[in-house]
Design a protein around this ligand. Structure first.
Ligand SMILES: [Zn+2]
Length: 308
């Protein structure tokens, strides 16, 4: 396979456009990120590709087949739909979900083909469990990518570094008994999910935690996480919902602080020397433009750090 020399990212209009305008979710952030992508000149520096929807076979790498089948066939119960949270449902929602999964799997394939860094302008759906979805997540793209990395690419050891303000509970549960996939979650102690799962390493931040609090955690643990997991590939769930002013965050990180976070992560992964896959994660600013800026920072900094 011909190696990609430029960073590769995945985007589809379905990410945002397929959601109902009345859903309590900032669907516009997806197309605003896409617009900012061009605005910052990233289209010249990275390939932006259209994902293929994930197949049912790919979903079964990490999910229960009854769950997969009932979702695809429109057979979820009201309670299951409520738990996922995107309401009203739309006819495009199944295709959206598959396309987002496909974006992350496409990014993984791009890495395998030699892209210096790759990612999805969505994804990081870390609240999805083996047989149920919750918190805006139906299937877990990080888990699918981990299983595909192992099955198809011989990347056996995976570090999932989840810095979204919410615990990666689905991811933690999915890999609770897997010594090859090391799960890290740094999240708000008093935030959703209120019943936490156990990751390989959880770090809880108090309400109002600052940039300095976050950097202290990374300074103390980041290299250790890499040394303990010895990953063949790293997945970064780069949620920006810890920003001050996020509707769901409760923390007080600044844009500068999150930029410092990203830089720290990218430097550490570069030092370790394995491929990096970046997913979007949460971002629900009262002023959604603040979240969008921080999301695009994540990608732009990845291109700055790894692009060549
Ligand atoms: Zn979140």
């Amino acid at each position: 396979m011909k190696g990609a020399s430029r960073p590769v990212f995945f985007y589809h209009d379905l990410y945002g456009r397929s959601l109902h305008p009345e859903a309590r979710f900032p669907r516009e952030r997806y197309w605003m990120v896409r617009e900012a992508w061009d605005g910052r000149g990233l289209s010249r520096r990275a390939q932006l590709q259209t994902p293929e929807p994930a197949t049912a076979a790919a979903l079964l790498l990490a999910h229960d087949d009854d769950w997969v089948r009932r979702f695809l066939e429109g057979g979820l119960t009201d309670a299951e739909v409520r738990r996922i949270g995107f309401r009203p449902w739309t006819p495009f929602f199944v295709e959206r979900t598959l396309t987002i999964m496909g974006g992350t799997l496409g990014a993984l394939q791009a890495l395998h083909a030699g892209a210096p860094v790759a990612g999805n302008l969505a994804g990081g759906t870390h609240h999805a469990f083996r047989a149920h979805g919750e918190g805006y997540c139906v299937f877990n793209d990080l888990a699918l990518a981990a299983r595909m990395a192992q099955a198809n690419f011989g990347w056996r050891r995976v570090l999932i570094l989840d810095l979204d303000v919410h615990q990666g509970n689905g991811t933690a549960a999915l890999f609770a008994h897997d010594p090859d996939v090391y799960t890290v979650s740094v999240h708000g102690a008093r935030n959703y999910p209120f019943r936490k799962q156990v990751s390989d390493h959880d770090v809880e931040l108090p309400d109002g935690a600052t940039d300095a609090d976050l950097m202290r955690v990374l300074d103390r643990h980041l290299e250790t996480w890499l040394l303990q997991s010895r990953p063949d590939v790293v997945f970064y769930q780069a949620g920006v919902d810890s920003l001050q002013g996020d509707r769901l965050g409760r923390l007080a990180h600044t844009r500068d602080g999150l930029q410092a976070r990203n830089r720290r992560v990218y430097e550490a992964v570069q030092q370790w020397g394995c491929p990096l896959l970046v997913t979007m994660g949460g971002g629900y600013g009262v002023d959604i433009r603040t979240s969008v800026e921080a999301h695009v920072d994540v990608y732009q900094q990845a291109i700055d750090a790894f692009g060549r």
